[in-house]
Design a binder for this molecule. Structure first.
Ligand SMILES: [Zn+2]
Ligand SMILES: [Zn+2]
Length: 250
């Protein structure tokens, strides 16, 4: 577990190598304990632009480069995908880079600079199958907002509040639109109910969120989702799209 000092010197050396290479993006290879090429994706013979790399990650069998975390600890996995993102502040603001998602190992590559160089190691990645789920997008810690924590303040995530809020059983055939906020369990039942089914758009958006990785969840279930993506509230369009997909599938 412990990082030996000679290893940390080596880490620094490898990080410097990655930072200094101007004809290829370098990534760590655990088999050889060396830096090797991460081949820049090329689509129809054209380099994919830095701003489109995340989209390419979704649609093609392409992962971000391996950062140096695997070199830092014996117990680390062989592959730790670096985040590809644009810098949010400072002199490089808006520029695309790849770096350790957690800023732990020192891996940092200035993608935008390398992209504009005349020589660049590239590769054409295969397209994912139409309905294949891409691996979750790796985001950098600078992109994270403390959303998960704020949701613990919302009533639907506090099961202990439910009994206190439980409304009187409605008269059969009618749903109490006037009652304040329905609890999650009630809303989920209404979605698939044989009696007076259905929830409003607002209720639907209160129930479900979408992660940056593309998966949809109930807000409750999202807390157990392990990907590093952030949750987003559903837009009206997404609610319509989602229900549209469901209709087509059946
Ligand atoms: Zn790392
Ligand atoms: Zn996710």
């Amino acid at each position: 577990m412990a990082i030996q000092s000679n290893n940390s010197t080596r880490l620094e050396m490898l990080a410097t190598k990655a930072k200094g290479c101007n004809f290829a993006v370098l990534q760590y290879c655990r088999d050889t304990n060396q830096m090797v090429f991460w081949r820049w994706p090329s689509d129809g013979g054209v380099r994919v632009e830095p701003k489109d790399l995340r989209k390419h990650h979704d649609t093609h069998y392409m992962l971000g480069p391996n950062c140096l975390c695997p070199a830092s600890e014996i117990s680390a996995p062989d592959f730790v995908e670096a985040a590809i993102y644009s810098i949010s502040k400072g002199p490089l603001v808006g520029k695309y880079v790849a770096s350790c998602a957690q800023d732990k190992c020192g891996y940092f590559v200035f993608l935008e600079y390398i992209f504009n160089r005349p020589v660049l190691a590239t590769r054409t990645y295969e397209r994912r199958l139409p309905h294949e789920q891409a691996p979750p997008l790796v985001t950098h810690k600078s992109e994270a907002r403390p959303l998960k924590r704020t949701y613990t303040m919302i009533d639907i995530n506090a099961p202990d509040l439910v009994p206190r809020r439980a409304a009187p059983v409605p008269a059969s055939g009618s749903r109490p639109r006037i009652s304040s906020r329905k609890n999650v369990t009630h809303l989920l039942e209404l979605l698939d109910s044989r009696v007076a089914p259905g929830v409003t758009g607002a209720e639907f958006r209160r129930l479900f969120v979408k992660c940056n990785c593309g998966l949809f969840f109930t807000r409750r279930a999202f807390q157990d989702h392990t990907c590093v993506g952030e949750q987003r509230d559903l837009t009206v369009t997404e609610v319509i799209d989602l229900t549209g997909e469901e209709t087509e599938a059946t």
